[in-house]
Each structure stands twice: as C-alpha cells, then as structure tokens.
Design a protein. Sequence first.
Length: 95
Amino acid sequence: MVLSDGVITPEHLPPRGPARGPRAARGGERPGPGGGSLDEALAEWERRMILDAIQQTHGVQARAAKILGVSKRSLWYRIKRLGIQVRTPDEAPSA
C-alpha cells in the first residue's frame, strides 16, 4: 500500500485469511502474524520494508529513504532502533 501510486486496489492488499482483529482475539487467539503482538508485527513489517528498499538501492540509504517516503534522518533512526546491520558498498563480506 505504501508503494502504490495513491490508489489502493485489491491487488495491493494481502489475500484474505482466517479471521483476525478484536473478534478473533476474543476467541482466545492472539492478533497478528504468528501470534505476536501488534508492536512485534509492525516492527517486522517495517524491518522488511527497510531491507527491501536498501536492497533495491544497493545500500544507498538516501535513495532508500526516498523510496520509503521518509527523511534520511528518519531512516537512520529506524535502522538503529531495529538493529539492522547495513554494509557500505566498500565493505567486503567477511568469510
């Protein structure tokens, strides 16, 4: 939805699955994917969005921030908060 051109259509939405939300929670199920809390689910979703943007931009955080629609500072803060390890292009992977 975040990456849509402003119009959200059914193909932008996830497929329908088992009931979730307040009604499902009253039945003893915990809301969220895998039974985690809302905060955990949002953090995981945010982590995946950031990692995808960084991968698309080959590690260029300024471009990743633009894709995500946030400032460079906001992206840097989120990377630190989520504990994401970002390699710079000149760093070689250690063997």
